[in-house]
Each structure stands twice: as C-alpha cells, then as structure tokens.
Design a protein around this ligand. Sequence first.
Ligand SMILES: [Zn+2]
Length: 444
Amino acid sequence: MSAPAAPLRRKMIAGGGALLLLPVVPRLARAATILAVRTWPADEYTRVTLEMDTELKAEHFTLDHPFRLVVDIEGLRLSPAINDLVSKIRPNDPYIDSVRAGQNRPNVVRLVFDLKQDVAPQVFTLKPIGEYKYRLVLDLYPKVAQDPLMALLKDAENDPLAGILENLAQNSPTEAPIPSVEGQKLPPIARNKQPEIAPPQPRAAPGARSGRPILIALDPGHGGEDPGAIGSRGTREKDIVLQIAHRLKKLIDAQPNMRAYLTRDRDYFVPLNVRVQKARRVQADLFISIHADAWIKPSARGSSVWALSQHGATSSAARWLAKKENDADLIGGVNLGAHNAQVAKVLLDLSTGAQINDSIRVGTQVLNEIGKINQLHKNRIERAGFAVLKAPDIPSILIETAFISNPQEEQLLRTSAHQQRIANAVLSGIQDYFSAHPALARRE
Ligand SMILES: [Zn+2]
C-alpha cells in the first residue's frame, strides 16, 4: 500500500468521528494488526480464526492437484503473528497439512493452506463481541458432510449392539437431515444404502421390544472460540462440561440397553441448532445439555435443571441465563450466511407441549438425584427459552451442574471425584425416568 493511500483507506474503515481526534501521522499508515491466531481442528470441521483490531476483507478460492485453499486478506502485512499460524497447525488436523503465508501484493497477505482432503470452505467475518475484537473465520468442512450416525457406528466396534445401530443408520428416515453447510454434498453411503421404494421404518420403542438401545444425546456446552463461563481460577466451562460428558458417556455405554452420543467430543464449537439436528439425526430418545453456571456475585451456588419454555421464562434470572447460553452462537461464531439459520427457524416452530412435559418429567428425576450430591439452586425444574432445547420430538433438558463463578464450586468442578458424582447422579436420574415410563416411546 502506498503511503498516501493508506490514511484514506483507514478513514473509510474507521469513519469520520474518530479521525477528528487523531492527527494524520505515519502511524496510521500501518496495516491492521493481528491480535491472535487460533486453530480448532476437529473431524467435523477445522476452524482457523484470525483476530484483528479492524475488520478486513478476505477473498478465497480452492485449487486441486494437490488440494489447496487460498485466502487473500486485504489491508494486512506479514508479521510474526501471521507466521505464528504456521506453528499452530497440528499434525493431527484432519484437514490442514500445512500453511504458507506471503505478501502477495503490497497490502494483501496470501495464506495458502495445503490440505489433506478436498474442502467446502466457509469464510466470514464477525464483529467484536465479549472479549473478542474483529474475527476473520475460516471454516474447513469436508466436501461430503459427516453423518452423525457414522460417528455412532465408529464407536460401536465390538459392541453387541453394533448390528442394531447399523440397521438404524441404514433405515434412518430423512426427517432429520444431516447437518451440512453450503457447498457440501450429503454422504453417498447413507443414501445409497436406503432402498428407494421402501417407506421409512416406523420407530420401535427404545429398550426391550426391539433390542434397540435407549440413545442419549449428551451435549457439552460451548467449545472452541466459546469458552463459556470462566471461574476465578481460570477454569473454563467448556473444558469442565466436556470432561463430565465423557464420564457420563462411559457410564451410559456400560449399560446393556443404553448408548450415548456426544454432540461434540473435543474442543471445537458446534452451533446450537446443529447440536439439535445431530440429536435428531441419531434419533436420540433424550437430549441432555451440560453446563456450569455463572453469576456476578460469587456467593451464588447450587445445581439447577432446565426445560424449554415457549412462553417466557420462570424468572428474570432465568431469562438472563437463557440469553447468556443462547449467545453462544455469537461468541462461538456462526456464519449467518449459511442456510443453517433457516433450519433453526423451522425447528423453533415445531416445538411441542408433549416434548416439554416429558422434559419436565426426566428433568425432575435428574434434579432429585443431583440433589443428593450437591446443593440445589432451586428445588424444582425451571424453564426458559433455551435454543438448544428446541428439538420438537426429543425430551430435552439443560443441566447447570454448579456455579463455576463460586470459588468453592469451581474447586469441586475441577476434581474428578465430583465430576464422577455428577455423572453418576445424572445416570441415576435417566434410569429412574425410563423405569418409571417403560413404554415411553416417541414418534409412535
Ligand atoms: Zn453454558
């Protein structure tokens, strides 16, 4: 970028107000500053985030033989922070092999990602929110969308229920489409296996009759760019809830008639509506979102269990909490241009009173069990408009395991013993629910 052009450009970005206060000195001519570079590799997709002090335009294209993603960022100069990105690509990244950065034109930095497979990239920017400044987000999805059912099968090797799960995958109805983003194809395997003339199989009741296991979707909140609440010792909600979810999955999978499915199994962000879609895709019988609460006063403490409300929250604190949890999409970062947003709207309209009644039943059982191992914040199940509880056909609860903002509870949440107690209590609650409603089957 030539020196005279630079202040002009800055002017257009920053707007008039700020410039009135700032003398036009060469300092303004410098390129945008990269504040941080983060990578979130996962099987589902790999995300690369560049956090900057100003919003920058980026253009991208892909190349074959070998597969590459090229991203041109305007208004940027090479800096140590950009080179930092090179070292942040992890060897186990499913999509990125390596990255190269170069000054392509005077004011354009070109990133070339050497890929391990063909990708359907999503490149978008996010405005400042929470702790974050401007973010340029590069999401690398596989060209063929991952089917959550396949994750379930991958888990089921040597499982006596593998055959049943495989049958489920082959006969999966099309009512819950595979979560995908623009530019992605649907997996050929699932579609080819489905006989074209056969009508969708009616769902059997979970448990005894069909031998089909009760399937529990476990949803560890937050992840990736979204740390969730953070305790005074720096404990991040996203890490604690993932650990608890893994413990609970292990307990559930050890039951002869139950299997668990994780909506995320590591540290990356999953949009709220995708969590719901995944649970529907695997035909979960129950959806449990796991969180840890936070409040401005460190004295707040205790566990709580939540169900969906379609008509307002049970208290102003409840409304505040639901808003905070629903903001996960803004902090975690979703591409509003992608068609996922459409699906979310449809789901919202489909929510039913029957789902909520079942959610309150199972939530009450879980609350009773948690009450045996931790103080309860409220003695009854509470309700608010949580986006993640909006599967119209799956009883869905959200558990605030404890207050991570309370120093004593933060300390407890960090210990494996307490995490295990929580997991045990939730399992007992689930078992109480299904033994109290043995004939309970949805969609029959
Ligand atoms: Zn949360």
